[in-house]
Design a protein around this ligand. Structure first.
Ligand code: AMP
Ligand code: ZN
Ligand code: FE
Ligand code: FE
Length: 279
């Protein structure tokens, strides 16, 4: 069993990379990829923890791309996490994130939610501060009932405290990952939120620009979705990858490797990714 999509305290997960390694071992996984949002800060700690274990650790990242309606995320596997161009570009994204975060806080305050920056920071881990930390801070302060309510009422796209932030286009994300020696993979394609014909067109366009894979196996994908994305992958010669999107306490019903219980990511996915980078 393998899991190629997880988050640590370096972005919006609640476990350290070492804890993820330990949990993965306990659950009998053979490989684990760390794919924190916009940061590679957790990669060294992942390698260090992995070195003393039976688990194969895979360096990764998850970048947010520009997307009209829904959410487009591009995963990058086997990136060189010391690549200078990659580090510079993610730094630009992080600066945009910080500006956006302060704007979100201003909006919340204007809307009458008495939240302070320190409340949000207290929820964050090592590196990246994001909307899930705002959600948790609002809950902790007793200002909303649940994380879900925080998104539904305030933080989700189109809600009053939603603020855009700087993102690269899908093609730019792909290029960035390729230049850092990695394999770009379209994460959870269903969240792009387009009708099938348009979504497939988009995937084809990305495939022409260097996309290497598509995340067909995903905890929240229905079996029909998995089948559909597998077919597209075969047609477009893309690798089918998969993972849970584990965020620790921020995804409470989800388990490493199996997601909500049904997920099975074939070992072949990792073998194909490795072949693509010549490993
Ligand atoms: P950020 O990158 O800071 O904009 O935060 C994005 C993260 O917020 C995503 O990766 C999800 O974990 C979470 N998120 C975004 N939209 C929602 C939503 N509608 N409900 C719950 N969580 C969400
Ligand atoms: Zn996340
Ligand atoms: Fe994602
Ligand atoms: Fe993710």
């Amino acid at each position: 069993m393998i899991d190629l999509h997880t988050h640590s305290v370096y972005s919006d997960g609640t476990n350290t990379p070492a804890e993820l390694v330990k949990m993965a071992e306990e659950r009998g996984l053979t490989a684990l990829a760390l794919t924190d949002h916009d940061t590679v800060g957790g990669i060294e700690p992942l390698f260090e923890a992995g070195a003393g274990s039976s688990l194969e650790t895979v360096p990764g990242i998850e970048l947010s791309a520009e997307c009209r309606k829904g959410t487009m995320h591009i995963l990058g596997y086997f990136i060189d996490h010391t690549n200078a161009a990659l580090l510079e570009k993610i730094n630009t994204v992080r600066e945009g994130r910080e500006e956006r975060n302060h704007e979100i806080l201003k909006r919340l305050n204007k809307l009458g939610y008495r939240l302070m920056w320190t409340d949000v920071e207290d929820q964050a881990g090592a590196d990246v501060v994001g909307r899930p930390h705002f959600a948790e801070a609002l809950v902790q302060r007793g200002l909303v009932k649940s994380r879900k309510a925080a998104f539904d009422l305030l933080l989700a796209k189109g809600r009053p405290a939603y603020v855009e932030r700087y993102r690269y286009t899908g093609r730019e994300c792909i290029e960035l990952i390729r230049k850092a020696g990695g394999v770009p993979v379209l994460a959870h394609p269903a969240t792009i939120y387009l009708p099938d014909d348009q979504l497939k067109g988009l995937v084809m366009g990305l495939a022409e620009h260097g996309l290497g894979g598509i995340e067909a196996y995903y905890a929240e994908h229905h079996p029909e979705n998995i089948e559909k994305f597998r077919n597209w992958a075969e047609e477009l010669n893309l690798i089918c990858t998969g993972g849970t999107d584990f965020h620790g306490r921020n995804t409470p019903d989800l388990k490493l490797g199996t997601g909500f219980g049904q997920l099975r990511v074939p070992d072949e996915a990792l073998a194909q990714l490795k072949a693509a980078v010549g490993q």
